[in-house]
Each structure stands twice: as C-alpha cells, then as structure tokens.
Design a protein around this ligand. Sequence first.
Ligand SMILES: Cc1cc2nc3c(=O)[nH]c(=O)nc-3n(C[C@H](O)[C@H](O)[C@H](O)COP(=O)(O)O)c2cc1C
Length: 183
Amino acid sequence: MRKVIENKTVEEILNRQTIRIYKPEQITDEELDTLIACAIKAPSGRNSQPCTVRFIQNAEMLKQMNIDFKDKIGWDIPAYTRWDTDPFYHDSPTFAVIFAEGSSFMDAGLMTENICVAAKAIGLGTCIVASVAPLFEGETGSKWKKALNIPEEWTFLIGICIGYPDEKPEFKPRDESKFTVIK
Ligand SMILES: Cc1cc2nc3c(=O)[nH]c(=O)nc-3n(C[C@H](O)[C@H](O)[C@H](O)COP(=O)(O)O)c2cc1C
C-alpha cells in the first residue's frame, strides 16, 4: 500500500469511479455551472483552448441520438463496456460532448478528468464515453453537428455521462507494476 497524504482533492481522485446507473433527476444548474467552470480551467497546449463542449440536457435529443447511433452501428452490437442494449449515454440526464478543430485528444482528456473529478467532489457520477464516436461521422455526423452548432469539419473527441449515481460498483483493478521510481 502506498502512503498517501490525507487531502480532500486526493481523496476525490482516488475514489472516482465510472458510474453507469443514474437517478432520473436532472442535476442542478449550480452543479452544471460548477462543472463548466472546472472544464474551462483545464490546461491546454500553449493555452490554445481547442475544445468546444455541448452539455446536452434535452432528453428527446439524447433519445433520438441513441436511435441514430444504434441504426448506424447495429442494435445487437455491444458498443459499451457493460451493456449492449442500454443507450450510449447510460440514461444519464446530462451528456457532455467535446469537439475540436483537429485532434486535440490530450486537451480533451485533461478537460474530461477535470469534469469527472469535480463531479465526484460534488456528489455526481460520470462515465466517459468514446464508443459514441460513429454518431458524429458521415451523414449522421453532419446532422448532429448541425443540431449542436458544431462546424462540419470538427472532430468528436469524447462524451461524458453526468448525473446522480444510482449504483456503487466495485473499484476496477489497476496494475501497480507499471509505476516505478528511478532514483
Ligand atoms: C477514453 C475512454 C473511453 C471510454 N469509453 C467508454 C465507453 O464508450 N462506454 C463506457 O461505458 N465506458 C467507457 N469508458 C469508461 C472505462 O471503461 C472505465 O474508465 C474503466 O473501465 C475504469 O473504470 P473506472 O473509471 O471505474 O476506474 C471509457 C473511459 C475512457 C478513459
């Protein structure tokens, strides 16, 4: 076991975990504002701030996105880590999608972790979702980028489910052997 300094931020990072079952209630505007403030504060290369984020809270829109997604990849294809049939957004009341001109995956990743750790700290659950990417390619991509007011040529980088957790999963194991100190 590692000796870890007792600290609120460290505790939230160590206790964050992916949540895939959410309560149906929407998160509050104050909670959403807090997540947006933390997303904005994320570092980016040369402070280029390449990421544009849409926080989708329109349930009808999310439902239709899922239908288009499943129509595209197949209704019987396991697109998720745990379930084949549930929506890509795991029925979360808020689904954030990050886009950029080009492939700023590193910047999007850092912003994503800011959102996920801040969410944990204020009692929310999150699930990072890459598998929805095909929705934002080709014809369906054009349709949904237009609906979200995202330029056609921009790249979808990552999605994040956000909501009140309705499960307490086991922590996923980590491979400690990959981390060594050279003194
Ligand atoms: C880049 C990335 C993509 C992911 N995509 C999905 C996804 O499409 N669907 C999903 O249910 N979980 C997805 N996850 C969540 C991972 O499965 C999860 O983080 C991992 O199993 C470790 O579990 P933990 O977050 O609870 O520690 C993704 C996570 C990352 C970092």
